[in-house]
Structures are given as C-alpha cells and as structure tokens.
Ligand binder design. Structure first.
Ligand code: ZN
Length: 178
C-alpha cells in the first residue's frame, strides 16, 4: 500500500487516542508506528534491484505477531497512551496492507514467512515485479526516470532468471505488498 493512505489511517488512529486520553504525543507516535515499518522495504529493494535476487520477500517489520506481542505488553504491563497509539498505528499499517494488497492470509505473519524460508512464491504465491510503483508514486519529482530505472533493473533480473530457469518468470500486474 502507498505512503499517503498509511499516513492518513495512522493519523486518524492517533487523533482517536489523543481525543480519548488527552496525550498529544499519541498522534506522532501513531503515525511513526503506522509508517516507519515500511522502511523494511529497503532491504527487499536492495536484494531485488542491486543483487538481482527475486526469490525472497523479507518485510521484516511486517508481522501480526508484533502486534499481538504489543497488545500483550499493553494488557499486562504498560498501560500507557503512547503504547496504545503505537499499537493502533501499527495495526493500521499491517491491516491496510493485509486487506489492500493481494496477499495470502499468512503473508504478514513473520513466523510463517520465516518457516517458508522468506521465499516469495511460498509466502505471497507470486513474485511481485511491480512493487517499485509504491516508490515511484511518492517520489516528489523524476517519477519517469525512476520508473525507467526500476524497469531496466527488473528486465535485467528477469533475463538473468530466464537464462537460469528457461524463461518461466511471468509478470504480475497486480498491486504490490507494501
Ligand atoms: Zn506496509
């Protein structure tokens, strides 16, 4: 999912916690928890566009388990507004991804991905060749050149993969997991 919907959803969560608790830190905390997990895409981009390896999808900061652990900590030890804001902000991040991206029910469970060796075909059911559009969409300028760069890199990776496995790689026009 793209950056702006993540900002909007987590802001709304933060405003809700602020209104309910009076803690104004709730808003920046919720937005941070709702947006920053997407930084984990940097690793995936590095592996794909610089190492030309499309086999894996790591998304190390995306995991329903993190949310469950946080809820447990909130319930048992740290009943603070900032933690509530962080949890709700994070819930909007993973929840929006879960329901907006074409993913499997287990795609955003980190344990499930680890058990499947972080292999894209097993965790997502496909290889996401258009994931870079999320970056292109938020680029303030140079969208065209950025897109061409990603397309060149993707083509390079696919011709390498084609050479290796007989050209079975197929495109996926679908939305990408963010
Ligand atoms: Zn995401």
């Amino acid at each position: 999912m793209n950056l702006l919907p993540h900002v909007a959803l987590s802001s709304a969560a933060g405003v809700g916690v602020w209104a309910a608790t009076g803690d104004e830190a709730a808003i920046p905390v919720a937005v941070a928890a709702g947006v920053l997990p997407d930084l984990d895409h940097l690793l995936d981009y590095y592996v794909r566009y610089f190492r030309f390896n499309w086999k894996y999808m790591f998304l190390l900061l995306h995991g329903w388990e993190y949310l469950a652990a946080g809820v447990l900590i909130y319930g048992l030890w740290v009943r603070e507004p900032w933690l509530l804001a962080a949890l709700l902000g994070y819930a909007t991040q993973v929840g929006a991804d879960q329901f907006n991206n074409r993913v499997k029910w287990h795609t955003y469970f980190i344990v499930s991905r680890a058990l499947r060796g972080f292999r894209s075909m097993e965790t997502l059911g496909r290889v996401d060749y258009r994931g870079y559009m999320a970056v292109v969409n938020v680029a303030p300028f140079g969208k065209e050149r950025l897109m061409q760069w990603f397309e060149r890199r993707t083509a390079q990776a696919r011709s390498r993969a084609g050479a290796a496995d007989g050209g079975v790689a197929t495109a996926s026009p679908a939305r990408s997991p963010r």
